[in-house]
Design a binder for this molecule. Structure first.
Ligand code: 8GP
Length: 835
């Protein structure tokens, strides 16, 4: 089978393996069978798309067998499961991942070659599954990979959006959004038309008293929408474990269309119900770190949460256990506040439908849930208006009021007469209209609350959730620093580097235990190793250069320093500071003599990322980057010394190509604003260095890899508040170098100045909330240090190797094990129990 599967997993896996392809001939046979029968085409008429389809179907067949076995094994074991509820799963492509995790990419490569295809071209045919915005959604995807790889019993629950995150086109330097219709051909999902749940909305509540004097609430009337399950297999790496991701799709409960209306000639309205129902799961909201409070979004949340809980409860009830055992069998993790209604829904099921006492039910609920917070940005904290709740989910609003009442009573006992405290922690904000604060509900309804990096977890305890630390005590709040799966982000994205590392660590075992990377540090002075290390980076840069040429028409020199910032466009992430820095560099180059210019380190500044369609400032930033590129890239005097590239439609599969090609990447958020960041980990794992602020996981990365291997700059989180205060009430002068940048823009160097005035006046006239000017000088200076360090190529390679060697901590496996132990109380399910 595969030499690349680590021992002893390989042994265990082989023992049980009945589902892999015997050899390349076995694989080819299956591909041909699918081409000829499933696809009904002949081999002579098989293009790359058809080869992709057949290859995926062949691998899918293998996955299904293990998937069924895993589900059986988990059911028979009857042990605890974790359910990861996330409104976003940014999965990217599945085929390459499936081949590698099953351990048969070599077989597929050889087989496809026999059939006349290059495996890379076949992989390229797949459309990304892009059911997420950014870091939060990709984290959920990395977690699924780790949960399966570590043999945990786990299910993901999400929504099957018909349209994922939009495709971004850049037209005349502006972002244009195009719908992402990704379901045309998707072999990785299985519709379960037999697994459906009726979900209720609107209606009213009646209350009556039963014979024992107990109040019984009944939610009646309103509208029913059907949730249909679609299952996606999640293969673990080097293990037969294949977990399930269940995505819900919405459908009209009343069937396809209204025959009565149709027959009476009212054609349009005959399908109206169906269309309205299908709207619920139609589209992913394209905002990252922003809450807009739209009714349809709340509908999505309840639809998904209610269907998932119905499923979870149904599974539990089959075991015939007592309700008090529920938290021993079920852990539910809330990925941010989006699924917080699950807290209320479970209480409703237990009290209204199952007849449990309030107290008993509430104990079960709070022991079941854990809540992960991913941001402290106030504009991202979810709030829903009470009137909207009342209209859409009348019974849930009542339950929230009851939950709040009991909670506030307990607070009052602890802090008698502290009315301010009560107002601050209340789940209901006493505004006009009143609002339900979802984060408060999530904290009250969970037994653990975690942040995603040390600094972030400290910040939530001292800022947004400070009062809750006093109410519940500090132990309820914990930290689990984010991680990334090394399977996708090293082995898949950078196969040559992965092999080189394996040649020194002895095997690919390090992909299962990333701390094994430490072994490569012994080779950091080995000449051949260093040479190959540098060659791999160069080859990755050549590949990216070709992509740049193909998509933008710009020639870049792969020997230049590649400086990359790819992530969602957001003021707090400060792409504006980066492009201002690029302009500063351009002005400096222009002012230099031809002789002086020769001393400059050539650079390619590469940007990528989507702006939320309604985020005007983010779109302006994209426009400026493109406008600067248009000038700089065509300036003959500058030539290769500076190029500015905006890569369109940044997504997971593009990240897999871009990240391994970076020399330096930018993680330059205003200190205290980026909860963790995860691409910082991906870049370093691929041998790129980073320039960054003391924010999120950058701090822990520094601690692991050493200060000499990272370029840190800028103000610290603890000083940000005072600096902002000074901007407003003290004297605020713009940094002189930045002023020159603004002057150049205002002179029209990059086109119509008024197109960019929003960005300038945010800094100059509106308090510079993100401290762009305050950090600018230290940013520019640190960039000069980067240039200098890069000119010492040998020193650079040493930094690169040392950094990779010390990245073991940032595997999502470590992270998942921490959740399992500290929050879910969950053990892996040993494979030997299989059968
Ligand atoms: C993101 C954080 O911005 C990022 O730093 C972190 O690495 C990532 O989550 C994974 O933890 N947060 C969000 O995307 C976010 O909070 N989104 C909306 C829920 C507000």
């Amino acid at each position: 089978v595969e030499a690349s599967i680590p021992e002893p997993q390989r042994k265990a896996w082989l023992e049980h393996q009945t589902s892999g392809f015997k050899d390349k001939d076995g694989f080819e046979k299956e591909v041909v069978r699918h081409v000829e029968t499933t696809l009904a085409r002949s081999l002579y008429n098989c293009d790359e798309q058809a080869a992709y389809a057949a290859c995926s179907l062949a691998f899918r067949d293998r996955l299904i067998l293990e998937w069924n076995r895993t589900q059986q094994r988990q059911t028979f074991a009857d042990s605890k499961r974790v359910y990861y509820l996330s409104l976003e799963f940014l999965m990217g492509r599945a085929l390459d991942n499936a081949m590698l995790n099953i351990g048969q990419k070599d077989v597929a490569k050889a087989g496809l070659a026999d059939l006349g295809f290059r495996i890379e071209d076949v992989i390229e045919q797949e459309h990304d599954a892009a059911l997420g915005n950014g870091g939060l959604g990709r984290l959920a995807a990395c977690f699924l990979d780790s949960l399966a790889s570590l043999n945990y019993s786990a299910w993901g629950y999400g929504l099957r959006y018909r349209y994922g995150i939009f495709k971004q086109e850049i037209i005349d330097g502006y972002q244009v959004e195009v719908p992402d219709y990704w379901l045309d051909f998707n072999p990785w999902e299985f519709p379960r038309h037999d697994v459906t749940v009726d979900i209720q909305f609107y209606g009213h509540v009646t209350k009556r008293t039963d014979d024992n004097g107990k109040t019984i609430a009944t939610w009646e009337g309103g509208e029913i929408v059907k949730a249909v399950a679609f299952d996606v297999p999640i293969p673990g790496y080097a293990t037969p474990s294949t977990n399930n991701l269940r995505l819900w799709s919405s459908k009209a409960a009343s069937g396809e269309f209204d025959f009565q209306k149709f027959n009476s000639g009212d054609y349009e309205n005959s399908v109206a119900d169906q269309q309205r129902a299908e709207t619920i799961s139609a589209v992913l909201y394209p905002n990252d770190n922003l809450d807009r409070g739209k009714e349809l979004r709340l509908k999505q949340q309840y639809f998904w949460v209610a269907a998932s809980l119905y499923d979870i409860v149904r599974r539990f009830k089959k075991s015939k256990r007592a309700w008090k055992e529920f938290p021993d069998q079920v852990a539910i993790q809330l990925n941010d506040t989006h699924p917080t209604l699950a807290v209320v829904e479970l209480q409703r099921i237990l009290v209204d439908l199952e007849g449990l006492d309030w107290e008993e039910a509430w104990n079960i609920v709070t022991q079941t849930f854990g809540y992960t917070n991913h941001t402290v940005l106030p504009e991202a904290l979810e709030k829903w208006s009470v009137p909207l709740f009342q209209h859409l989910l009348p019974r849930h609003l009542q339950l929230i009021y009851d939950i709040n009442l009991f909670f506030l009573q307990s607070v009052e006992r602890k802090f008698p007469k502290d009315r301010d405290m009560l107002a601050r922690v209340s789940i209901i904000e006493e505004s006009q209209p009143k609002m339900v604060r979802m984060a408060h509900l999530a904290i009250v309804g969970s037994h653990k609350v975690n942040g995603v990096a040390e600094l972030h977890s400290d910040l939530i305890k001292t800022t947004i959730f400070k009062d809750f630390v006093e109410v519940f005590g500090p132990d309820k709040f914990t930290n689990v620093t984010n991680g990334i799966t090394p399977r996708r982000w090293l082995h898949q994205a950078n196969p040559r580097l992965s092999e080189l590392i394996a040649s020194k660590t002895g095997s690919l075992d390090y992909l299962k235990d990333l701390t094994e990377l430490a072994k490569i540090e012994h080779y950091k002075d080995d000449k051949d190793f260093r040479k190959e290390w540098a060659e791999i980076k160069y080859a990755n840069k050549v590949r990216l250069s070709k992509h740049i040429k193909k998509t933008t028409g710009v020639d870049v020199n792969p020997s230049a320093l590649f400086d990359v910032q790819v992530k969602r466009i957001h003021e707090y992430k400060r792409q504006q500071m980066n492009i201002f820095g690029v302009i500063h560099r351009y002005l400096t180059l222009k002012a230099a003599s031809p002789e002086e210019r020769k001393k400059f380190q050539p650079r390619v500044s590469i940007f990528g990322g989507k702006a939320a369609p309604g985020y005007w400032m983010a779109k302006q930033i994209i426009h400026l980057i493109n406008a600067v590129g248009a000038v700089v890239n065509n300036d003959k005097e500058i030539g290769d010394l500076l190029k500015v590239i905006f890569l369109e439609d940044y997504n997971v599969s593009k990240a897999e190509m871009i990240i391994p090609a970076s020399d330096i990447s930018e993680h330059i958020s205003t200190a205290g604003t980026e909860a963790s960041g995860t691409s910082n980990m991906k870049f370093v794992l691929n041998g790129g260095l980073i320039i960054g602020t003391c924010d999120g996981a950058n701090i822990e990365i520094t601690r692991e890899i050493g200060e000499q291997n990272i370029f840190l700059f800028g103000n610290l989180a603890e000083d940000v508040e005072d600096i902002r205060h000074n901007h407003t009430y003290g004297s605020h002068t713009v940094d002189p170098d930045l002023t020159k940048v603004f002057e150049a823009i205002e002179k029209g160097t990059f086109g119509e100045p008024k197109d960019f005035m929003g960005m300038i006046s945010a800094v100059r006239d509106h308090g510079d909330f993100y401290l762009v000017s305050d950090d600018f000088h230290s940013y520019i200076e640190t960039q000069e240090l980067v240039d200098k360090a890069y000119r010492d190529q040998e020193g650079w390679v040493t930094k690169s190797i040392e950094s990779v060697a010390r990245m073991g901590f940032f595997s999502s496996d470590r992270c998942i094990n921490e959740y399992a132990e500290g929050i879910w109380n969950l053990e892996p399910l040993p494979i030997k129990d299989q059968k």
